[in-house]
Design a protein around this ligand. Sequence first.
Ligand code: SAH
Length: 248
Amino acid sequence: MRQLLAVGLLLLMAFSGCVQQGGATVTPTPGSALENEAEAAFAEARKEMVEEQIQARGISDPSVLSAMATVPRHRFVLQGNLSQAYADHPLPIGHGQTISQPYIVALMTQHLALQPGQKVLEIGTGSGYQAAILAELTDQVYTVEIIEPLGQQAEATLKKLGYNVHCKVDDGYYGWPEYAPFDVIIVTCAPDHVPQPLIRQLKDGGRLVVPVGPPGHYQTLWLIERKGEQVHSTNLGGVLFVPMLGEH
Ligand code: SAH
């Protein structure tokens, strides 16, 4: 992390698209020494993030650790927060929304137990970071965002990085019926009750991870497993997410 802060200015220059050099403004070429150095510092910070924030807190699923070690989180944060991209807390992404703390992303992803080839739905695309993590685990990722500029930006970021994720701007309370049923559903904003449309869009044996609670308060993270017409809920502990928007 220290190393990352030390090259903070370098990173800003490399990713803001222009650099002052001897009075002239130049655009760093992709693959330039400047960009390579910045990417190396981000890779180092990402490795530390996985070891110190994620493994150290008990996340052990190798596929989750590998996904967290692979996805370039710095490509999903705002320019002004580049030096904190791998820090142990959430970050603002605009429109009053946040990209979750890395540990929370890893914890929720581990509880999904997502297998290659399974179909997963995310509600709350935000920056697209969680969707990229899911895309490292399966090639069937669907994500819904209610705030149009965020949804569009995330779709562009994911495409640029080569992730094949199906994005839609809509109220995710109602899921994505056209592609249901899903093996796994993850909700990254907090409704005040479990959205029944999401339960209906789960496959038999499917898993839903959702924070539920009143807006502005700590919520309970639930793992809900569907067995036939029965659901089994497990309390995974207290979390703090932005509220789910919309009238339900
Ligand atoms: N998963 C995101 C972080 C999510 S922040 C990431 O990795 O960056 C929660 C997101 O849920 C916000 O972008 C917010 O706009 C979105 N959201 C809130 N209510 C929603 C709803 N009803 N349907 C879909 N998205 C919603």
